[in-house]
Design a binder for this molecule. Structure first.
Ligand code: ADP
Ligand code: ZN
Length: 221
């Protein structure tokens, strides 16, 4: 694709607490590098909306901020990364979230004869995370993400991009946001050391989005 920067590393994993900005940065990177965006949260919300068997299984767990079973999410990811648009590269946003998921991912990638090139860890303090989660607004139509405080839409309640209706995710209430942070520290944070040990970890400090994109570019291009 003309004008698309070449990538030295293309199969990427985003690691970070809920509210760290994984989805926001992932979307910027997809627009710039034309790689696939695989958000397990988005896939699961789609399954819930369609009331598929997987969606029915995930619904209550998601509402209360708990993780859905490893095998269920890993199966979705295994099928998704085998699709042709992922050959250019992809961002796994919100997966893996447990050591077991990381192992299942390695198996799935080995089958495709690929491996993760970089794990981007978004480090943000708890106070900021809670403030962001509870102020977050999502577009019903195009999945764009806004924030009442840091990234307000131009017109209240409407998406800047498509005009769609903005809403708060049910799991972004203060109580559920707190449980999700707890789940992150207990089940997902151990992956930071796991990936540091195998040399894949790149810590990306929070800052203005253009600065973060520059740091990512220095690492990937
Ligand atoms: P956030 O990163 O803001 O917590 P996500 O959209 O990534 O939000 O996830 C929303 C919910 O979907 C999680 O709280 C969890 O219930 C479920 N989920 C998403 N990804 C996974 C995963 N890899 N493993 C288990 N559950 C997941
Ligand atoms: Zn929109």
């Amino acid at each position: 694709m003309s004008g698309t920067p070449e990538l030295k590393k293309k199969n990427l994993i985003f690691l970070g607490a809920p509210g760290a900005g994984k989805g926001t940065i992932a979307k910027e990177m997809v627009a710039k590098y034309h790689i696939a965006h695989i958000s397990t949260g988005d896939i699961l919300r789609g399954e819930v909306a369609a009331q598929t068997p997987a969606g029915k299984q995930a619904e209550t767990l998601m509402k209360s901020g708990r993780l859905v079973p490893d095998e269920l999410v890993a199966g979705m990811v295994r099928r998704r990364i085998a699709e042709p648009d992922c050959r250019r590269g992809f961002i796994l946003d919100g997966f893996p979230r447990t050591i077991r998921q990381a192992e299942l991912l390695e198996d799935a990638m080995a089958e495709l004869k690929i491996s993760p090139d970089l794990v981007i860890y978004l480090e943000v303090d708890d106070e900021t995370l809670l403030r962001r989660l509870t102020a977050r607004l999502n577009c019903r139509k195009c999945d764009a993400i806004f924030n009442k405080l840091s990234r307000p839409p131009k017109k209240e309640g409407a998406c800047d991009i498509c005009g769609g209706e903005l809403f708060q995710r049910p799991d972004d209430s203060l109580e559920t946001a707190k449980s999700r942070l707890k789940v992150f520290y207990e089940q997902t944070a151990p992956l930071v050391d796991y990936y540091r040990k195998n040399g894949l970890l790149f810590t990306l400090e929070a800052g203005p989005i253009p600065d973060m994109m520059d740091k990512v570019a220095a690492e990937l291009e």
